[in-house]
Ligand binder design. Sequence first.
Ligand code: AMP
Length: 121
Amino acid sequence: MAYDDNNIFAKVLRGEIPCKKIYEDDFVLSFYDINPQKKIHALVIPKGKYIDLDDFSDKASDDEIVGLIKGVNKVAKKLGISVEEGNGYRALTNISEHGGQEVPHLHFHVFGGEKVGKMVE
Ligand code: AMP
């Protein structure tokens, strides 16, 4: 499957759709989920064009991979939910159909601000 340049997060990255930005650097953009599932629900996306974690693992550079993982931690710290700053959180990424992925641009969900609950339904 080819990357779809018209997916919602590609449009957010190009500034064609607004977002409530939390953090940005050379590798990631983070913003609040439009339909929050927990008290804090952030998204962290790589700036590169990657469909999902498998695609990212196959094609991203080492710098991009480090940048994304560190980006999740930076966002958690900024939101005050990291282990150092707060009480922890859950980071997860949905992959393709069985994973329940809706937007075909890799994104980590960051849930926190309260107990997140059961891992899967
Ligand atoms: P997933 O099912 O893992 O692909 O999650 C996609 C997420 O993107 C959902 O939690 C949506 O609420 C969220 N979402 C969709 N459109 C937007 C948007 N324009 N801004 C922020 N979050 C969005």
